[in-house]
Design a binder for this molecule. Structure first.
Ligand code: ZN
Ligand code: ZN
Length: 150
């Protein structure tokens, strides 16, 4: 969504409400302030089993814009704009900075078999994963190399 701010006058407030955002833009001292709450669902993969899931996310936006950027404004993180504010861009940036470090399809996701990739949430497999530790693979390969040399 593109917010047209060309008709906004000093001291005025423009309310914005759409399925993904509820908030406002206000103009004060030549600075446009966008504030409100974004709520949306993001398509993302489970970190453990890689299945697709819809992650509901909600976060606040608080951004400042101006048509004239003065030197002091750079420190104040005021962005330059001309006639409109790209709300989608602000929401996408907000998503990136609010994304949780780990996303799981559910708390007890059983993950994938490290050998054959079977999804343990739905199926089992024949692999022997008792005490499976990737470090053993490295040890085994070193051992095998030594054997070949002798
Ligand atoms: Zn999962
Ligand atoms: Zn397996």
């Amino acid at each position: 969504m593109i917010i047209d701010i060309s008709s906004l006058k000093e001291g005025e407030v423009l309310n914005i409400e759409n399925p993904n955002f509820k908030g406002m833009v206000k103009l004060f001292d030549n600075v446009y302030t966008l504030e409100g709450t974004a709520s949306l669902e993001v398509n993302i993969e489970c970190d453990r089993c890689l299945s697709q899931l819809l992650l509901p996310m909600s976060f606040d936006l608080h951004d400042k814009f101006s048509k004239e950027i003065l030197e002091d404004d750079v420190d104040a993180e005021i962005f330059k704009i001309s006639k409109h504010i790209d709300l989608n861009e602000r929401i996408n940036l907000g998503l990136l900075s609010n994304m949780p470090a780990k996303v799981l399809c559910h708390e007890n996701c059983a993950g994938l078999c490290p050998k054959c990739g079977q999804n343990f949430n739905y199926n089992t497999c024949e692999c022997d994963n008792t005490n499976y530790d990737e470090r053993f693979d490295v040890l085994r390969s070193i051992f095998n190399e030594n054997r070949e040399v002798q």
